[in-house]
Design a protein around this ligand. Structure first.
Ligand code: NAP
Length: 266
């Protein structure tokens, strides 16, 4: 696949790395348009790909064009690359909050995939949720799945509202997980554990619990019950979470994120 990246910062580097390491494409077929000279030079040296500061040059060499710039740079990019696409090309945007309508108008092109990855995608453990315009054909859908799947797991959804929902769950989700971990470390320190030990315990607790859940493949409430003896320590802690309505608070938080995603997407 001949693929171009417009913008090659944190996510662009991660996508490039995933595409090459998973064998989705080869360096000779990859092009990067990047305005930051230091980043451009580093990318050329690290991956051996064609680099340019001109988006149109990268687009001309490619079948699939991935937009990986910040939302605030999109209007400027529209001026450079809007109307420069030809039939048969596919655009994949990972830009948070920019809906298909905005992308179609600005790019003056209609075969577009909108994807919402999360930060673990940078190390190949991402959750990317994506949708596509009607102009994206079956082959391009399969190619999108392959590219986005190189960064971890991918889920296709048929409507953009589900992208906003996914933004509130898996997109913002890493921050929720880290907040819970921070709180757990802080609580461990308050009851007397040193920070480094508390940190190690919580890190291993999280990764171990997730692996355990995957390996047993049982419902999460069943796994929770398996740790909870009546009148025991876990029951004492879970009672406090229930009294504070942890589930209700999580629901409120996710609903607030969903609402904000819809507002930002216009
Ligand atoms: N980071 C994540 O884990 C994550 C997760 C989900 C979604 N996203 C989305 O991914 C996108 C990229 O995020 P990021 O963290 O990778 O951003 P980033 O590190 O700032 O990378 C973007 C790069 O694009 C360059 N650039 C700006 N305008 C350009 C243009 N017209 N043509 C070519 N290059 C241009 C920027 O240069 P300058 O710095 O000089 O402007 C920068 O080097 C964002 O829209 C974000 O919403 C990121």
């Amino acid at each position: 696949m001949k693929i171009a990246l417009i913008g090659c910062g944190n996510m662009g580097q991660a996508i490039l790395s995933a595409i090459i390491s998973k064998g989705v494409s080869i360096a000779e077929h990859l092009s990067v348009a990047e305005v930051n000279q230091a980043c451009r030079e580093m990318t050329a040296e690290k991956f051996g790909v064609f680099t340019t500061d001109n988006g149109v040059d990268a687009i001309r060499r490619s079948d699939i064009i991935i937009l990986a710039i910040k939302p605030q740079n999109l209007d400027e990019a529209f001026k450079q690359i809007g109307g420069k696409f030809s039939q048969g090309q596919l655009v994949i945007s990972i830009i948070a909050g920019k809906c298909l309508g905005t992308l179609k108008d600005g790019l003056k092109y209609d075969a577009i995939v909108r994807a919402m990855p999360n930060t673990p995608a940078q190390i190949g453990y991402g959750m990317t949720v994506w949708t596509a315009t009607e102009a994206v054909d079956g082959q391009q859908m399969a190619q999108s799945r392959t590219i986005l799947g190189a960064m971890g797991k991918e889920i296709y959804v048929s409507d953009e509202d589900s992208i906003d929902m996914a933004t509130a769950v898996s997109g913002s989700g890493p921050a929720y997980v880290f907040l819970f971990m921070e709180s757990l470390i802080q609580a461990a320190e308050r009851i007397g554990l040193p920070h480094d030990k508390a940190y190690e315990m919580v890190m291993q607790l999280m990764s171990g619990s997730i692996r355990y859940a995957h390996s047993l493949d049982k419902p999460l409430d069943r796994l929770r019950e398996m740790v909870t003896s009546p009148g025991g320590t876990t029951a004492a802690a879970l009672g406090v979470f229930a009294n504070g309505n942890l589930a209700g608070l999580v629901e409120e938080a996710v609903t607030a994120a969903y609402k904000r995603a819809k507002e930002l997407g216009g």
